[in-house]
Structure formats: structure tokens, C-alpha cells
Design a binder for this molecule. Sequence first.
Ligand code: SF4
Length: 395
Amino acid sequence: MANEDHDAFNEYLATRGVTRRDFLKYCGSIAALLGLSESVVPQIAAAIQQGAKLKPALWINGGSCTGCTESAAQADYPDVAQIVLEILSINYFETIMMAAGKSADEAMAETIAKGGYILIYEGSVMQGFEGQSLFVGGGPDNAGSKTGLQVLEEAAAGAEAILAVGSCAVDGGWVAAHPNPADATGVLPYLKAKGIDKPVINLPTCPVNPEWIVAMVVDVLMLGKLPEMDDYNRPTLIFGQTIHDNCPRRGHFENGEFVYEFGTEEEAKSYCLYAVGCKGPQTYTNCPVVRWNARASWCVEAGSPCIGCGNVDPLKAGGNWVDVGAPFLNRSRDIPVAGMSVQPTTVAAVAGGVVAAGLLAHGAGMVAAGRTKGGAPYEEMKAYDRKAKAKGGGK
Ligand code: SF4
């Protein structure tokens, strides 16, 4: 890279309040996310600096709350992830692009015609009502308008790779939760059913973490390779360990120190949130490592039990995180012990019988000491959960 280009890029970073050191540190974290050694950091930095000259990307939205866009844009705090996304040639970004109408459509059509781009898809694929639950361009009465399904199929056909960002894009997410009237599903199952064979990289959670998007864009577009993926097409380096594996509250779990009720001394002491429904033991993401919002914090650190938004099953309808995990502050398959509810089988499967015994003993002790009112104040079951149970489904 010519010196003048190098200086111009550094100036660009400075205008966004980011130092060269911050930038290189960030490139180092991308290398770590991709399982690469530090020796490739200069290569990643150079690739990002030249990003605008490399392959373009399209970002299209299906049925979603656009929370993943918000997560990626981080509008009130520009950081390096945002800068990296800015300098990529995202030729079409439905929710935040300046262009609209015909010029926006043309930008997408030109990119698709040239081929060789990456498709970033946010939101669920709305199959119901013959695709008419989601239209781009006005609706069936407007000339040139298309269903979301048509847009996805056209954009997927010419893509080199597809990033399905957020749990909705992976398996329908909350949009596909029971009773799923729009027959929402994920990109991978939809394209498979249509016989469109493209590499799909699934990046679940609600919303997606922008650090993961940047890492995958660098991997696919700039380094020219696909990441190693698991059976659900999730990059193993990001989704290979549970939240529980890296949780800073893990020591309390091992000691049998749990929060049984919010607003108590145990909560103030940052005890483990397992007893108030934490899904960390069964949720595979590296949230505790990468964290969120410019690495400020993440759910469990902020005091909330993990609600398992990274749990996906793109190959099985009804496997989405809402159907599986709701009501979120409840635990599945609870059994009453000493006037409170525990889940010894899951604890035992995760951490062994000693911890299970610790949980039981500690919980019983809490109840005996009058420190709980006989169990966590779980949120009420939602109507559809009750109906599912009545029909013999649900948990
Ligand atoms: Fe952390 Fe949740 Fe595991 Fe407790 S159960 S250690 S809060 S991930």
C-alpha cells in the first residue's frame, strides 16, 4: 500500500476518534476470532484498508425488527467494527442506505448482475401467504414490486457466500415462534428446499454481534476462505463453546452460590443466575469473550440471565430460541425440592453430581433460612405456552 494511502487511512481513523493502535488491536481480535495467528494481523489490516476496492456486499432484510442493523451500526458510538463495515462496499443496505426507490433497486440489480458479492441477510424468510407477508417496492399492485422471497432468491443466486445474521435469519428466530402464522424460517432451510446451493454461514443471537460479521467478512471477502463450521453452519471458533464455559460467574456456580430471587443479597453479590433461568449452560456463543456494545458488557455481566438467543436449529421447525427457552426466567423440567424448584439433571449433565448436590443443598438451606419465598418469582407463562402444553407440546 502506498504511503499516501496509508496516511489517508490513518487520517480517516482519526476523524472517527480511533487510533492506529486501536485499529491494529481490533485486527488482532479478528485474527483471534478466525483462529489465525498474530502474524496475519498486518495482512488483515491491509485487507481492511483496501476494503472499498474489494468485492461488494448486499445487506437485505427479511422479517425482522432490524435490531441486527442497529447492533452493526452502533449509531451512537462509532468504533472499529462500524468503521470496517463503513469502508466495505455495501452497495445495498435496505434500512440505512441514503438511496431509495429506483436508484436503490438499480444499485442492487447492478451488483447482482456483476456477481462475486457477499450477501448479508437479516431477518426471517417469510414463506406464508405465498410470500405476500413481506413485499419490497410497495405491494402486489405496484409495478416492479417483489416479494421478500423473490429478492432473497435473486440475491442468493449470484452470491459467493451468504451471511445469515441474527437468529431470525438462521432458523426464523422469534418471528418463527409458535404459532408462526407467516411460516417464517431461516435462509439455509429455505434455500435448501429451493435447491439453491450456496455456502451459508449462520451467525445466530438476537441481535447479532457486529464483531462476528466483521470477522466473517474479512475471512470470506478479504482472505478468500470459508470458516470451519459445525453441523448448523455456525463458525466453530465463535460458537464452539458454551456461555457457561467462559462466564465470570462460573465460580459461584461451582460453589453452589445462586441468585434465587432478584433484588436480594445474592444478586448484589453477582452470584450465578442459573436458578433464575440462565440458559448459559446450553447456549453456544462466545458472548463472554467478545462482549457487546463496543465491548462494554454482555447480558450476564449486566445482571440478566442468558435467555439463550443463540440457540438455533435451522434443520428443525420449532427449534428456535423462543419456543425452546420461553418463559425465559423459568427452567425447563423443574422438579420441586424443599419447597423450591431445581433442575438437577441438567446441572448434573453440565457440571457433575457434586454441583447438583450443592445446588440442592444450597437451595434447601436458602429456603430453611427464609431467604426465598419458595422459589424464583418466575414470569407468567405466555398464553401460547399454556396452549402448547394443553395440546401435549411444549415443555
Ligand atoms: Fe454464568 Fe449462567 Fe453458567 Fe451461572 S449458569 S455460570 S450465570 S452462564
